[in-house]
Design a protein around this ligand. Structure first.
Ligand code: ADP
Ligand code: MG
Length: 476
């Protein structure tokens, strides 16, 4: 979640500014003109506020902007200007259409949702035809990627809640919804789940889901065929536009430009936009500032790296779905060893399952290790304990030798514990082996370190982020 203390501070300032303005202009004017304003962010000394319509913006600019600015400077003398954006949250087209025009579609979807998993074709049929009317360029949804198949845990609970909110909302709750996180952590799954849910609730809505690459490819082709008007129309007539992996748009100026305009056009019309990327909007490379700031203006939700608990829960769910007799020990082993991402985790489970079924053997820890030995080794080879020690020492600004030393001062002991923790997470070394590499410490010391770091991660977000950052760097 990208709402840090800065944002809280910013929202507090907004609260104070708007309260003072309320005292000046009175309750009614406040309700009409100030209350609907959403405070987005402050960047480069510019405060950005959003209102739902052009009319409102004109009014607020004409009547309150100067005062808003003065009040804001009172709160925060770093502020130089206040900008007002338009960000409509009007009713959706389908609200207005009220009674379904697409009766056939609705029936299909009802049957499908009643019959659940058994009528995959029914759902697919409904979705496809729903799309055909809106566009021919969307990608098909994946039937497995539903909300009920998504395992929720600490690392993804916020993104999940945001996704559900968008899927269930009658109007646009925030725009855009920007989901970001590392590869294989469930972004595409969540986006598909949103699309399914929206279409099941109201099949008359047009939902378009596609990858940024596809968007780019289509755009380039439209340019070549001098057919950009059609291209624009296809995008601008949807109720919900989802573009997956928008990091690929970075650096391609023409595509970015088009994307920016499509984006603005849809937001202005109150259509929902949902985007995903492997980085936060601010960290996207090769993306123009003005686009970044638009992306930041909705809800930014990140999916953190998986925790052991989440990995185990996912494995349990998958095993159940696959009707697999998987001993708990095996699942725990996999959850412990395959830490990179959920996709790899699923792959590992599938491989072990396929193997045991083929040779007709029981699934045990031994067969698992045997079947996955290359994968486990690859996970190992990725990073060595020495590398971990070096990186962690650099990160916390301590001497490398302190990783082995007997010093117990918190300033060196904590980083050392982090390094032990990462060694446990990222390599397949045993606890005694790890202990040996840290100046010949006992395996119980390593165990304690792992527990301690786990605890701290739960309670201290800054610390958790540090650890996460290191992990990502090491896995690089
Ligand atoms: P991303 O788009 O972030 O790279 P995906 O959405 O494609 O990742 O997820 C990769 C795989 O992992 C998919 O098969 C998806 O169903 C699965 N997956 C990811 N997160 C979860 C989760 N929380 N619960 C269940 N399955 C998950
Ligand atoms: Mg994806």
């Amino acid at each position: 979640m990208d709402i840090g203390s800065d944002d809280r501070q910013f929202q507090t300032q907004w609260y104070r500014v708007s309260s003072r303005l309320k005292a000046e202009i009175g309750e009614t004017a406040f309700e009409n003109w100030v209350k609907p304003i959403k405070a987005c962010d402050v960047k480069n000394s510019e405060v950005r506020l959003a209102v739902p319509s052009r009319f409102m913006r004109d009014w607020v600019v004409a009547n309150y902007l100067d005062r808003l600015k003065e009040l804001w400077v009172d709160e925060n003398d770093g502020v130089r200007s206040v900008d007002i954006l338009i960000q409509p949250t009007m009713k959706t087209k389908s609200d207005e259409a009220a009674d379904g025009q697409a009766v056939g579609l609705e029936d299909d979807a009802r049957n499908a949702s009643v019959n659940g998993n058994d009528s995959k074709t029914g759902v697919n049929g409904a979705v496809q035809s729903g799309w055909e009317s809106g566009s021919k360029i969307a990608a098909p949804l994946d039937n497995r990627f539903r909300f009920d198949q998504f395992v929720v845990g600490k690392p993804n609970e916020f993104a999940y809640a945001a996704a559900r909110r968008v899927a269930e909302a009658q109007s646009v709750p925030f725009n855009p919804l920007f989901l970001y996180g590392g590869v294989g952590l469930g972004k595409t799954h969540l986006m598909n789940a949103i699309a399914w849910e929206i279409l099941e609730r109201d099949p008359s809505r047009t939902v378009m889901y596609l990858s940024a690459e596809k968007f780019m490819y289509r755009f380039v082709r439209a340019l070549r065929e001098q057919n950009t008007v059609d291209f624009k129309e296809q995008f601008r007539s949807v109720d919900v536009l989802m573009i997956d992996d928008v990091q690929f748009i970075g650096g391609r100026d023409a595509t970015q430009e088009e994307f920016f305009h499509t984006f603005n056009a849809l937001v202005d019309q109150g259509r929902q936009i949902i985007l995903s990327a492997d980085k936060s909007p601010s960290d996207l490379e090769g993306v123009e500032e003005r686009l970044k700031s638009r992306l930041n203006c909705g809800l930014v939700a990140d999916i953190h790296a998986t925790t052991y608990e989440l990995r185990l829960a996912i494995l349990e769910t998958k095993a159940e779905t696959m009707e697999l007799e998987a001993p708990r020990q095996v699942l725990e082993f996999l959850a412990h060893k395959i830490t990179s991402n959920v996709r790899e985790l699923e792959g590992a489970l599938n491989r072990v399952a396929a193997h045991t079924q083929l040779v007709g053997r029981e699934m045990t820890l031994e067969t698992t290790q045997e079947v996955l030995h290359d994968l486990l080794r690859a996970n190992d080879r990725r990073v060595t304990i020495e590398e971990i020690q070096k990186r962690v020492a650099e990160h916390f600004n301590i001497r490398l030798s302190d990783m082995h030393s007997a010093r117990r001062a918190r300033s060196v002991a904590r980083p050392r514990q982090v390094a032990m923790y990462l060694a446990k997470q990222l390599t397949s070394r045993s606890l005694p082996e790890i202990g040996r590499k840290f100046g010949g410490r006992d395996h119980t010391t390593v165990m304690h370190a792992v527990k301690k770091v786990d605890e701290l991660r739960d309670h201290d977000t800054t610390f958790a982020e540090d650890v996460e950052l290191l992990r990502r760097m090491l896995e690089g």
